[in-house]
Ligand binder design. Structure first.
Ligand SMILES: [Zn+2]
Length: 292
């Protein structure tokens, strides 16, 4: 498991929209709110596999105010808000947004974005975008009001007929969730005071053999989720460090040309509503099973 200063790391996963706010709707009627919830539940599952505690801001199709979401996140070490993008039928790609005011938010966005691009192949990398900025003019409340490192990821365009199918498929959801969980893990491991202690592995070894073998690879493979062969190997212990290193190298803002295109596209698109409405201040009872 991953510990931060001696405590088990804990992540808040925020499924965008819900209830009367369906978010964007795909060409065949798939709702963003529904996909966001399915993805978030899968991310929780994947994080659990990595020894990271997590909880959701909503567990069913219900409306949660933006301030309610931020409120839910305060007891976590970071929050990832999950959305799907929407624009013209041709628009495609994955992008992750962070707020301009805190440096760590950018790091989280970068780890999540890099991991999505790495594990979900064949998708356009639209990069990480600062909100508000020329590349992303809108201010998003869940980011600007965040008390912990927070990013909002837009996993593909639900308005694209092929990507709508992918978003709605088990295969697509597994890929996305695996990638987001790996990105979160890399971010947590980059924090000061982060430590990976592998108590599960110790238990397993003590059950099977007295002397732990030097090479623990077969055990790692058993723990890997069912993914393509390359992804299974990603669970090796050096993964976090490698992704960290790669992410450091590739941190970059989109080019000006790209930024202009993005601005034009975002201006033309009015479908994303996560930053628009003000939260009602609704404070929910936590649905968490366990408190730290
Ligand atoms: Zn959304």
């Amino acid at each position: 498991m991953i510990e931060l200063n001696g405590k088990k790391a804990r992540v808040c996963v925020d499924p965008g929209h819900g209830g009367h706010d369906s978010g964007a709707i795909g060409p065949s009627g798939v709702r963003e709110s529904e996909i966001a919830l399915k993805l978030s539940k899968e991310v929780m599952f994947q994080l659990d596999d990595l020894g990271i505690d997590s909880y959701l801001t909503r567990t069913e199709d219900e409306f949660i105010s933006l301030s309610g979401r931020v409120e839910e996140s305060v007891e976590s070490d970071c929050m990832v808000s999950i959305h799907c993008n929407a624009h013209t039928s041709q628009a495609q790609g994955i992008e992750t947004i962070y707020d301009s005011s805190a440096g760590r938010h950018k790091a989280l966005a970068n780890y999540v974005q890099q991991s999505l691009i790495k594990h979900c192949q064949g998708h356009r990398d639209r990069g990480i975008k600062m909100s508000p900025s020329d590349a992303y003019p809108r201010k998003l409340f869940v980011l600007s009001a965040a008390k912990v490192p927070t990013c909002l990821t837009e996993v593909e365009f639900i308005s694209h007929v092929e990507w709508e199918k992918w978003l709605d498929s088990d295969e697509g959801q597994n890929q996305i969730a695996f990638a987001i969980a790996q990105g979160i893990k890399s971010f947590l491991m980059s924090l000061p005071g982060a430590k990976m202690s592998d108590d599960r592995k110790t238990e397993r070894l003590s059950m099977t053999t007295k002397a732990a073998p030097k090479s623990e690879e077969p055990i790692e493979v058993q723990q890997a989720p069912v993914m393509e062969a390359g992804a299974a190997g990603q669970l090796a212990e050096d993964t976090a460090k490698r992704i960290v290193d790669e992410a450091k190298i590739s941190i970059s803002e989109p080019s000006n040309e790209e930024a202009k295109i993005e601005v034009a596209q975002k201006k033309a698109s009015g479908t994303e509503s996560s930053g628009g409405s003000k939260g009602s201040g609704l404070k929910r009872k936590s649905k968490r099973k366990s408190k730290r």
